[in-house]
Design a protein. Structure first.
Length: 185
């Protein structure tokens, strides 16, 4: 073929067939590739693959999109994830929990993930009392989406930036239901 001469779609397909990397059986995010699909892009170069999402839905997905990480799950799973967990404008992870005890009295079912994590750690009833007292949770390392228990520190209302004294901590723990034992002096 001469330089500048255009290839026919059939010629393009033959060339792409020769360079084909079989993705059958491979996983990309929630996709499992089942077989080659029938779809191609407008130029006949890029292949699409029949994939099954972990939720069971089957769709034809662009091989290039999966390899680049642009397509990792079906649209329904993407929508479900967006509805259940996202990062708010302040950088905190927010989760949707309809009917969760920590959401009591709130109009929307969204909760900050760090309160859910902390509530599971100390007990939901205690976490509810602390929230009612307007206590806050501080991220020790400053990373607002790092919601490991060891990175969370309880703070009194109005004491978020500077923490609180041992005396204040003992009083709050007693209110919440902890038994506080004094050490030997």
């Amino acid at each position: 073929m001469n330089k500048g001469q255009k290839m026919s779609p059939e010629q393009r397909i033959r060339i792409s067939e020769a360079r084909l990397i079989d993705l059958t059986g491979k996983r990309f995010g929630k996709w499992t590739v089942l077989k080659r699909g029938q779809k191609r892009d407008n130029l006949g170069r890029r292949l699409w693959w029949v994939c099954r999402c972990d939720c069971g839905a089957e769709h034809e997905v662009s091989g290039q999109g999966m390899k680049r990480g642009e397509s990792t799950q079906c649209r329904q799973c993407q929508a479900d994830l967006r509805r259940t967990k996202h990062t708010n404008s302040g950088g905190y992870v927010v989760m949707r929990f309809k009917g969760h005890p920590l959401a009591n009295g709130r109009k929307d079912p969204y909760l900050l993930e760090h309160w859910i994590v902390y509530g599971e750690h100390i007990g939901i009833e205690k976490a509810i009392k602390l929230r009612a007292m307007k206590c806050t949770l501080h991220h020790k390392n400053g990373i607002r989406n790092d919601n490991r228990v060891k990175n969370l520190e309880l703070r009194l209302p109005g004491k978020h930036p500077k923490g609180w004294s041992v005396k204040e901590m003992v009083e709050v723990l007693k209110l919440v239901g902890y038994e506080v034992k004094r050490g030997n002096k």
